[in-house]
Design a protein. Structure first.
Lengths: 113, 112
């Protein structure tokens, strides 16, 4: 049982390049989330999904797109990376229903030059 | 929406002393309050949570208290150890909400 895994762990992009971050969970969770973490700003929600084929915007969705084609995977895409997107990205998942524990992945450190 | 404020942003204590981190929230409908610990280079991990039907919950050296009237909740760590050094986040949520609202974090340093 690996829990929540993220790929890649580190990435450096040039401004304007695109990339996709992959999150996978093996706990059969319905809900999945993408956060970014910046110094002094805590965790800010980018997008989330409450089930396969569904996505919704969070607090800071601009510049990002997501897809949830399979229940166990949640992809975060950057179509044209900007230096402001330099951050650590965390994926999380949880069961459906009443608010409950979110399980986080180890993070992806992205630098945009 | 919900607004969660967390204080202090940094906290240093001597090993063996107690540490207290406080959070306030704005939405009186919030009823779930978890605390996460984030060690360097890792993702946040739940350490304790409390729901609004109780005022206090303990788990060994860790306790959380909730005051719904004042809309604040606190994390208490007793007999601190160096391995308690980490960033701690509080959060709040409510029935029908799909996500958590996080505080900005407290960096706790336990000095041996």
């Amino acid at each position: 049982n690996a829990g929540v895994t993220q790929t890649p762990k580190f990435r450096v992009l040039k401004t304007g390049q695109s990339m996709t971050l992959l999150c996978a969970q093996d706990m059969n969770h319905e809900y999945m989330y993408w956060y970014r973490q910046d110094p002094g700003m805590g965790l800010r929600l980018i997008h989330y999904s409450v089930g396969e084929g569904t996505t919704a915007k969070g607090e800071v969705p601009d510049g990002y797109n997501v897809s949830r084609l399979k229940k166990q995977n949640f992809l975060l895409g950057l179509e044209s990376a900007a230096p402001s997107q330099t951050s650590v990205y965390f994926c999380a998942s949880r069961i459906a229903g009443v608010p409950d524990t979110q399980y986080f992945g180890p993070g992806t450190r992205l630098t945009v030059l | 929406g919900e607004n969660v404020e967390q204080h202090p942003s940094t906290l240093s204590v001597q090993e063996g002393d107690s540490a207290v981190i406080k959070c306030t929230y704005s939405d009186s409908a919030s009823n779930y309050f978890p605390w996460y610990k984030q060690e360097l280079g890792k993702g946040p991990q739940l350490i304790i949570d409390i729901r609004s039907n109780v005022g206090e919950k303990k788990d060994q050296r860790i306790a959380v208290t909730l005051n719904k009237t004042a809309k604040h909740f606190s994390l208490h760590i007793t007999e601190t150890q160096p391995e308690d050094s980490a960033v701690y986040f509080c959060a709040a949520s409510k029935a029908g909400a799909n996500n958590l609202f996080f505080g900005t974090g407290t960096r706790l340093t336990v000095i041996p």
